[in-house]
Design a binder for this molecule. Structure first.
Ligand code: NAD
Ligand code: LMR
Length: 338
């Protein structure tokens, strides 16, 4: 008699084959850090996403439980769990998209850079796995400090000879999600109708909302612009303080991560006009990485848009952002070549 485990594996294979025959579009997605505060709701939302056919959930703890739980949802994606470093390569083999929310979160009083010591090593190890097992996958990097972890990932991929700047994206979507929400609040609009470009990076003054480019076009007073910029730049800290030691944004981040991952998958599918902000290798400024609007296509970030016209307040903000970003980027690069 086959064991329960074998029967489960057989039935999940049958389910996958059945869907493959139906020709349903489906991508293979791995989440690294899937049992964490972001990882769990992210896994749940990706299980609902009709563009996902296979969902691999990897963590160093608790992934079997999260996998068993999520696998009972009656949606299309086949879910498989992977636990610990020895299973990293199986988790990654064949993946089209890898989403990384692995790593420690902030506590009150900490900056994102305070997480560098622990998270830099985690991101390095995970990216070595990606370079070996799915070098062509799109990578969505969430682990903080994003301003440094994206350069770390780039250098790891360069070492392995697999680096394609188009496929490495730092996730800054939560800044856009927050900006849309806060601007809508001030303007008395539905947040779903508001689009605020947020450029630069993902930490403090490097988060630069371009309020002069809000859609639909609007006029904000100087006080409103300053209030909104400040609130958007400190949105993460607002949550860290409210959680009072129990972590940072997880639910709104999972929402933002899925919004971004879905855009990447629509791009991979060949949809036209998929544009979102992300922290990518860039020639928009003199810095090697910068967040701005990018067009997502079959090969990743296929086009990186210029910042467009800035007002005086934004120009001053841009200079501050670049100064801090330069140091964070260099710190990430040096970590790999030290
Ligand atoms: P968490 O501690 O709840 O979860 C992190 C998970 O990562 C845990 O399950 C842990 O076991 C796992 N992990 C640790 N080392 C690992 C490894 N080597 N391989 C695989 N998994 C590993 O933290 P969280 O709240 O989910 O936050 C995760 C990260 O995301 C933090 O660095 C946080 O700062 C960052 N974050 C980024 C954004 C953003 O906008 N980019 C937003 C929120 C949080
Ligand atoms: C956020 O913006 O919520 C995340 O970067 C987590 C944090 O530490 O603020």
């Amino acid at each position: 008699h086959p064991s329960n485990l074998q029967m489960e594996e057989n039935s999940s294979l049958r389910a996958a084959n059945c869907r493959a025959k139906g020709g349903a579009p489906g991508f293979k997605v791995a989440i690294l850090g899937a049992a964490g505060g972001i990882g769990q709701p992210l896994a749940m939302l990706m299980k609902i996403n009709p563009l996902v056919s296979v969902l691999h959930l990897y963590d160093v703890v608790n992934s079997p439980g999260v996998t068993a739980d999520i696998s009972h949802m009656d949606t299309g994606a086949v879910v498989r769990g992977f636990l610990g470093q020895p299973q990293l390569e199986s988790a990654l083999t064949g993946m089209d998209l890898v989403i990384i929310p692995a790593g420690v979160p902030r506590k009150p009083g900490m900056t994102r850079d305070d997480l560098f010591k622990i998270n830099a090593g985690i991101v390095k190890t995970l990216c070595e796995g990606i370079a070996k097992c799915c070098p062509n996958a799109i990578v969505n990097l969430i682990s903080n400090p994003v301003n440094s972890t994206v350069p770390i990932a780039a250098e790891v991929f360069k070492k392995f000879g697999t680096y394609d700047p188009k496929r490495l994206l730092g996730v800054t979507m939560l800044d856009v999600v927050r900006a849309n929400t806060f601007v809508a609040e001030v303007l008395g609009l539905d947040p779903r109708e508001v689009d605020v470009p947020v450029v630069g990076g993902h930490s403090g003054v490097t988060i630069l909302p371009l309020l002069s480019q809000v859609k639909p076009p609007c006029t904000l007073t100087k006080e409103e612009s300053e209030y909104l910029t400040n609130r958007i730049q400190n949105g993460g800290t607002e949550v860290v303080e409210a959680k009072a030691g129990a972590g940072s944004a997880t639910l709104s981040m999972a929402y933002a991560a899925v919004k971004f991952a879905d855009a990447c998958l629509r791009g991979l599918r060949g949809d036209a006009g998929v544009v979102e902000c992300a922290f990518v290798a860039s020639q928009v400024t003199e810095l090697p990485f910068f967040a701005s609007k990018v067009r997502l296509g079959r090969t990743g970030a296929e086009e990186i848009y210029q910042l467009g016209p800035l007002n005086e307040y934004e120009r001053v903000g841009l200079e501050k952002a670049k100064k801090e970003l330069a140091g964070s980027i260099q710190k990430g690069i040096s970590f790999i070549w030290k």
